[in-house]
Design a protein around this ligand. Sequence first.
Ligand code: SAM
Length: 279
Amino acid sequence: MSTTKEIVKKHGFKFTKSLGQNFLTDDTVLEDIVTGADITDEDFVIEIGPGVGTLTKELLKKAKYVCAIELDSDLIPILEEELREYDNFQLIHKDAMKVNFDEIIGNEASVKFVANLPYYVTTPIISKLLTGGYNFKSLTIMIQKEVAERMAAAPDCKEYGALSILAQYYCNTSIIRKVPPSCFIPQPKVESIVIRLDKLTEPKVLVKDEKLFFRIVREAFNMRRKTLWNALKNLKYPKEIMEEAFSSANIDPKRRGETLSLSEFGKLADALNDLGDNK
Ligand code: SAM
């Protein structure tokens, strides 16, 4: 029996589906996550959703310190008992979406996030971590295969979208491995992927107004079947300004958003920033 199954049985833990509780039971996957995240004894690791602590334990053996954030009250006493021998461990009982990560990170120099993320809240958590301006080096996460593919996608393929731009604007992405449903209890319906995002020291394209850049990206992909000309009407810039912005960014307005590279989105955002103040 895997350690995870033993701990679940020993404590009579009952899974809560709505909290995205699919616990890892496969030791090789645990190893691949820790190796893929390149955890060393200089790293301060933040784990979101430790479950019964099987991945946490592997992290604790390698890292300088592990801070785990768990929402489910039933898991708190289990984690406290199972991980009591480690003095480099801190447990925070809280919703990760409500955590102020700056407070946890403090002055730590080498912060790495590691998580088998609950699927229901994957995108909001990734988005919070990437846009929050937090000081961390990397994010190694297990997520639904489709979401990982969207994050790593290049222009002109069906997976390419706002999430690809968000991930690739802030990070270099690399896929570590696929994980089949048989590696979890209970088994999820979908395949998973472990993906690593290494935070860049500065975004891949430098734009004058980040908020405007992401607004354009959102609008372009909200209506991905439409031409950029139609999709970006929601921005409510005068027609002449839009024409001039497309022309100075050298982008054909008849193209669809899904064909634009990160740097083309950046050029369009800067052109609009220079031309209009009608945001
Ligand atoms: N790390 C464990 C593993 O790999 O076996 C468990 C992963 S399980 C997919 C997700 C975990 O996140 C569960 O323990 C769940 O209770 C916890 N969780 C769900 N929503 C959360 C939230 N908003 N904040 C913190 N933890 C959350």
